[in-house]
Design a protein around this ligand. Structure first.
Ligand code: MN
Length: 138
């Protein structure tokens, strides 16, 4: 069973993501801040991480940067959740080592498709805007 770490500090979004992915046969792990995300990633070595960019303690970009520098964790496909209005977040997410991003509010049809595609294809398989027209996941 593929393990997915969901990192999200907003409880409504967390519940939405878990509902969206809950019936797909994944093992879902959760973290609600950056420190917890790092700890769970080290302990559980998930197959994919869904990473909110704006998090307490250590933000999602910094978490991703640290994971990319950690042997054994550097290749985990990471999908950033970016605030729709914050265009700069997207470029920063890719710079930090995220493989793709989707804007909030979360599209509950798109998310499981992107997740499945990233699990199938691995790191940097999408590399950019997973909501874009040219994206193979759409
Ligand atoms: Mn947040």
């Amino acid at each position: 069973m593929k393990k997915i770490l969901v990192v999200e500090d907003n409880s409504i979004n967390m519940r939405l993501i878990k509902m969206t992915l809950g019936n797909k046969g994944y093992s879902l792990l959760e973290a609600t801040d950056g420190e917890e995300a790092l700890a769970v990633a080290v302990k559980e070595r998930p197959d994919l991480i869904i990473m909110d960019v704006r998090l307490p303690k250590v933000n999602g970009l910094e978490v991703t940067r640290r994971l990319r520098q950690t042997p054994g964790l550097s290749q985990i496909p990471t999908l950033a959740l970016t605030a729709y209005a914050m265009k700069g977040d997207r470029e920063k997410a890719i710079e930090a080592g995220c493989d793709a991003y989707i804007p909030k509010p979360i599209n509950t049809r798109q998310l499981p498709e992107v997740v499945a595609e990233m699990l199938r294809r691995g790191r940097a398989s999408i590399n950019g805007d997973a909501s874009g027209a040219e994206n193979p996941c759409r």
